[in-house]
Write a protein that binds this ligand. Structure first.
Ligand SMILES: N[C@@H](CCC(=O)N[C@@H](CS)C(=O)NCC(=O)O)C(=O)O
Length: 250
């Protein structure tokens, strides 16, 4: 049995899709990141970085329990555990790993920031033209890279793999990133539709909190917990350290 530490989010959906594809037994451990549950001492034992997803595989290597964080590491682990979702041929396999790392190191983080400045911050009355433009330019560049890749193949690494599993949950919500996939990146749009037809991508979490969380509407307090913007009241925070004493450098 695998525990999936879950909240409605693209990074967690990657793991949900993989578990469904691989037909592994799992249970949802609801983790309310808008209420700060990712920072509880118990959860930090599982993910010291205080984010979802994380898993605990109670039947891990040699039957020992394994706690794992970072969606990319989890996908690689599940692929290794089952011998599925990665090509058998080493050259193709490393290609699939490279595209998986591309997603977790480039596409995912930039899509997240683009969503923040395009959607979440404006909903709180915060409009930052520089940040919005910077992340939108970079996410559009990344979709261009993916579009070129998908021009002559059905899946990112030839056969359906964890590279597709990692990327799909973010392309399906590209609108929130400020990107018009259908209009600008036809190969990405066709691939998103193709992957979205797989039953694994249609699974719904039955927890009653899911519907509310899916709306992505946050109170000011939840917004602060989740996004931790710099404190504008003048109190020192990690983002705005105490100003140096005038004439400082002593
Ligand atoms: N690199 C991490 C990113 C995880 C991540 O950013 N998770 C978000 C949800 S998509 C989260 O837990 N946010 C809560 C917070 O930042 O406090 C991964 O791929 O697993």
């Amino acid at each position: 049995m695998i525990d999936l530490y879950y909240y409605t989010s693209p990074n967690v959906r990657k793991v949900l899709i993989a578990l469904e594809e691989l037909e592994l037994e799992y249970q949802i451990r609801w983790t309310d990141i808008s209420g700060g549950e990712q920072f509880s001492p118990e959860y930090l034992q599982i993910n010291p970085n205080g984010k979802v997803p994380a898993i605990v595989d109670h039947d891990g290597p040699d039957g020992r329990p394994l706690a794992l964080f970072e969606s990319g590491a989890i996908l690689l682990y599940l692929a290794e555990k089952t011998g599925k979702l990665l090509p058998a041929d080493p050259i193709e396999r490393w290609d699939a790993v490279a595209w998986t790392v591309w997603q977790v190191a480039n596409h995912g983080p930039i899509a997240g920031q683009s969503t923040h400045f395009h959607k979440y911050a404006p909903a709180m009355g915060i409009n930052d033209e520089y940040a919005t433009g910077r992340y939108l330019n970079e996410i559009r560049r990344l979709y261009g890279v993916l579009d070129t890749r998908l021009a002559d193949r059905d899946y990112i690494a030839g056969e359906f793999s964890i590279a597709d599993v990692a990327t799909y949950p973010w392309t399906r919500v590209a609108k929130g990133q400020g990107v018009d996939i259908e209009g600008e990146f036809p190969h990405v749009a066709a691939w998103t539709q193709r992957v979205g037809e797989r039953p694994s991508t249609k699974v719904r979490v039955s927890d009653p909190r899911e519907a509310k969380a899916s709306k992505n509407e946050y109170t000011a307090e939840q917004f602060q917990t989740l996004f931790r913007p710099p404190d504008t009241t003048g109190n020192p925070t990690i983002d705005s350290p105490e100003p140096a004493v005038a004439g400082g450098n002593q």
